[in-house]
Ligand binder design. Structure first.
Ligand code: FMN
Ligand code: SF4
Length: 490
């Protein structure tokens, strides 16, 4: 986990909880339209991957239990975890890349509807990602993965002053590099090769020499449109296009997208594929269906997007007809920590990862509502351009006062509670019933995020070891943790 050089420990904000009357009057508990959909309040649980799907990407009983538990707390909107749009193996992450996934997803929709008595609207976040390999052993990298080219031989000749390297046998080049010091390797390998050696090979949208990467603009609109059509068929109330963090669509939006095929470079070219994907989705699901987007207010990486880019994209997404804009921050591969040999790089381990899921070990600003000023800038530009598209703010928001103030100040239209909802899914019901003092407060120290990083079933430290003797309780694979919080006795 990345840390500030001189971190300041922040206490979680004191909470003064509203009475029933105060909650009833609050903007937070007033309805809002999300395109054709009406949310009963402005409360929102953003996507969180719990690592509970089957290895083949199907919905499990553990997924149903997880979302049922969130729905019991009655947030107005619940976004199902990032769900893969392709029909390719991707570990225990949900998938929606084929019609065979529809029945399981349908069950998920029914479960949430039943548990919330139809009061929680269910959206699904749909995602595409590129291939990421594990960090190889140095010997194996030079033996198998490096594609030896004329360039490597030429650099070796130059570095060593020995022209014979220009004609050297490939095996000789490989075994020499495998034995070489880091300074030599740094001179011989290019940036991408060095990254593949040190972090594991990772595809990028810039790799247009690979036919399937070159072809992304041709294939992705159809793949996303099919996935959204399945979401509608399964009964979801809407879809969220995942254009945030470290994944394909965010990489198209990124200022680090240098494609020269009309889909990279200037902002209007970087946003072209994201808009084409949206239009294909819209055509597939129709105008009477909610389609929105999650994207970044700031990528928080060198050479990446800043707030000006996000403002431009927000206005373009609103102009195109998106029904909501959900704003996140950071979460990139480019500044991630080096993984151990045999492990894959994880995009939430650098500064950008901190900004995505900030903890109480922070700078002077602290983790609470840290992204709100940027969200407010996006919202104000979208509104000034003549669009009323609702904007969702998330990140370190856990008290009623924080949420209500953000709404009252007009900084956002909807409030996302991710880790606070994981700590206590009943937050919404408790606060509305004037029993906010019973809320189990998130401590923002990221035990849950560490589990996510290890691809372990995600739980919260505040409840995963309590009442383990409950009859019929299902435990995590490690046999030590409950998978969902105990029920709230009203
Ligand atoms: C365990 C875990 C899994 C997450 N998975 C996703 C995801 O699938 N998609 C996404 O857009 N964000 C994901 N996030 C980020 C959250 O949606 C949210 O933006 C972030 O936690 C900051 O909000 P918070 O301070 O309210 O937790 C995840 C966060 C956590 C803790
Ligand atoms: S594990 Fe920690 S950071 Fe995560 S939800 Fe629970 S209290 Fe919050």
């Amino acid at each position: 986990m990345w840390k500030f050089p001189k971190p300041i420990k922040h206490a979680i904000p004191e909470a003064r909880w509203p009475s029933v009357a105060e909650a009833t009057r609050a903007l937070l508990f007033s309805p809002i339209k999300l395109g054709p959909l009406t949310l009963a309040s402005r409360t929102w649980v953003p996507a969180m991957v719990p690592w509970r799907a089957t290895e083949d990407g199907f919905v499990t009983q553990a997924n149903l239990d997880w979302y049922r538990r969130f729905a019991a707390g009655r947030p107005a909107a619940l976004v199902v975890e990032a769900t893969g749009v392709r029909d390719i193996p991707s570990g225990p992450l949900l998938r929606i890349g084929h019609d065979r996934f529809i029945p399981g997803l349908q069950k998920l929709v029914e479960t949430v509807r039943e548990a919330s008595q139809g009061r929680t609207k269910l959206l699904i976040q749909i995602i595409d990602f590129l291939s990421v390999r594990r960090r190889p052993e140095k010997a194996k990298y030079f033996e198998r993965f490096l594609r030896v080219t004329r360039r490597h031989r030429a650099v070796l000749s130059e570095v060593s002053g020995d022209p014979r390297w220009n004609e050297a046998d490939e095996l000789e080049v490989r075994s020499f590099l495998a034995r070489s010091a880091e300074e030599v390797i740094e001179q011989v390998l290019d940036e991408g090769e060095l990254e593949a050696l040190r972090f594991g090979y990772r595809e990028s949208v810039n790799d247009t020499d690979l036919p399937h990467i070159k072809d992304l603009p041709r294939v992705l609109p159809g793949i996303f449109a099919d996935a959204a059509r399945r979401a509608r068929e399964a009964g979801f109330d809407g879809v969220e296009l995942h254009y945030a963090h470290a994944y394909t669509m965010a990489s198209f939006l990124s200022a680090r997208n240098k494609r020269t095929d009309g889909y990279g470079g200037a902002r209007n070219e970087r946003v072209r594929l994201p808009l084409e994907v949206y239009r294909a989705v819209r055509e597939g699901v129709g105008h009477d269906y909610t389609v929105g987007v999650r994207f970044l207010a700031d990528e928080v990486i060198e050479g990446g997007n800043r707030i000006d880019d996000a403002i431009y994209f927000g206005v373009e997404f609103a102009r195109a007809g998106m029904d909501f804009l959900s704003i996140s921050k950071g979460g990139k591969f480019e500044d991630a920590q080096q993984p151990k040999v045999g492990q894959a790089v994880y995009p939430y381990t650098g500064k950008s990862g901190y900004e995505c899921m900030p903890t109480t070990l922070s700078d002077e600003v602290g983790p609470f509502g840290r992204t709100v000023p940027l969200v407010a800038k996006i919202k104000s530009a979208v509104n000034a351009a003549g669009f009323g598209t609702p904007v969702v703010a998330t990140g370190g928001i856990s008290t009623f006062a924080q949420a209500e103030e953000i709404l009252q100040r007009g900084q956002a239209d909807i409030i996302g509670f991710a880790r606070q909802a994981l700590a206590d899914p009943d937050w919404f019901l408790k606060v509305k019933l004037g029993r906010g003092y019973e809320v189990r407060r998130c401590t923002y120290t990221n035990y849950c995020e560490a589990l996510d990083q290890a691809h372990k079933q995600v739980t919260c430290k505040l409840w995963d070891r309590v009442q383990l003797d409950e009859p019929g309780l299902v435990l995590a694979d490690d046999g030590r943790r409950r998978l969902i919080p105990p029920n709230w006795k009203k």
